[in-house]
Design a protein around this ligand. Sequence first.
Ligand code: NIG
Ligand code: FE
Length: 456
Amino acid sequence: MMRDRSRAPGAGPDLVVRHAGELLTCAAAVAPDLGLIADGALAASGGRLTWLGPDAELSRAVALGPQTRVVDAGGRVVMPGVVDCHTHVVFGGERAAEFQMRVAGMSYQEIAAAGGGIQSTVRATRAASREELFARGRRRLAQLLRYGVTTVEVKSGYGLTVDDELRILEVYQDLAGAGPQTLVPTLLGAHTVPAEHRDRPEVYVDLVVEEMVPRAAEEGLARFCDVFLEEGAFTLPQARRVLEAGLAYGLRPKLHADQLSGGGGAELAAELGAASADHLDHVSDAGIAALAAAGVTAVLLPGAVFFLGLSAYAPARRLIEAGVRVALSTDLNPGTCYTENVFLMGTIASTHMKMTAAEVVRALTLNAAHAVGLADEVGSLEVGKRADLLVLDTTSHLTIPYHWGIDPVATVIKDGVVVAGEGIAEGGPDAAGPADSDHPDAAGRRPDSDDLAKRE
Ligand code: NIG
Ligand code: FE
C-alpha cells in the first residue's frame, strides 16, 4: 500500500523516529548480531528509509521539514516490523470442539481420520460467503497488526476445488487492497485430498496440477505453491508433481515438510530450490545438510507443536549450527495453532528449542523475509527498504522472549505511517491508518500525543 508522498526538495522527511534505546536494524551485513545502534534514530520519506544512525548525528544529517512527523521512542527498543511468513488466515468456522477432543486424549491424526481436522474447516469455508471470509480475515490481520506483523504470507488450502481455492486467493487480494499490511499469497491446493476424492487422490492431484496451479498463476493470485507432505495428506511423488507444476508456472515452491513424521520433505525442498521448508519437527540429518547446501530457509512453527501437546520440537540448534537460515512464524490456523501472538513463538523457541533472543528477533524479521522472497524490501532497517518498524514497550531486546504472552508492541509503523498503537489517532495527512473497528489501536491504548515518551 504505497501512497505518493513526494514533496518539494528540502521539505524534510515524512517521518523521523528518535531516541531508540536499542535500534535493532537486523541489517544483513552484520549477521548474526542485531546491528544494534544505541540511542538510534531514523528518517523515512515516501514510505522508505532514508537515513539511520545515532540520534546525536540526526540534526547534522537530516533537516526536519514542516510536515515531518517526529516519533520519540523514549529510550525503548525499535525493530523491523515482523514478517509472519507462514499463515492460513482465511478460513471458515473454528474447531474449538475438536480442541476439547484433543484435551480428552484424541490425536490430531485420529480426528482427521474421523472426518474432522482440515476437512471440517473445508466444509465451513465452502459454506461461508465471500464477505464473511473477508470480514473474518480482516479481523485476524488486524490482530496480527497489533502484534507488530507488517508483512504476512497467506495460504489458501481450505477450498480444495478450483473455484473454492481461487475464491480464497481472491479474498486475499481484496484484503491486500484494504491494507495496511503487505500480503504474500501462496496456493496450497494440495493441503489434503478433499472428501469427494478420497478414493482417487491422483485425480485430485491432476486437478491441482492441470487447473488450479495454471489458473492461480495466470490470474496473478499466488506467488508461491505449497504442499502438505504427510501421511494422510500427500506423498513425496505427489508433492514433487505439484511443486514442479508450480515452478513451470513461475510459482516458487514452499513445503510443509517433516511435521508429524519424517518423510524426506527437507530433501525435496532443497532439490527443488524452495524458498522455505516449514515445520521440520522430524527433519533428518541429511535433510538438514541439504537445506544448508541449497540455502533454503527453515520456517519453524513451535506454536503448532505446543498447541498439539507434542514434544518433538524442530532441532533449531542443529539447523543453525549447520548454517541453515532459521525463521519463526505462527502458522495461524484453526487446527494446529490458533493464535495471532507471533512473539509467543519466540518464547517457545527459547524454552524448547534453545534459540537466543537475538536469534528470535532475526527469525521473526530478516530470516522470515527471506522465506517469502522479500529480503530486499522488508525484514531489516536499511536505507532504501520499506519503513516498516515497531516501537516496543521495553528498553532491552532480551525481554522479547522473556516477558511472555503479552503484546510487547507500543507502536506499529508501516510504509512510514503509524498504523496501530500509540499515535494512531493523530491528525495530519499520514495518520490515515485504519480508524475503523477492524484496526483498533493496540490494546485499547488511548493515543493523545505524538510524544511517546510522555506516556512512559
Ligand atoms: O500447518 N500441516 C498442515 N496444515 C496446518 C494445519 C491445518 C489444519 O489443521 O487446519 C499446519 O499445521
Ligand atoms: Fe501450515
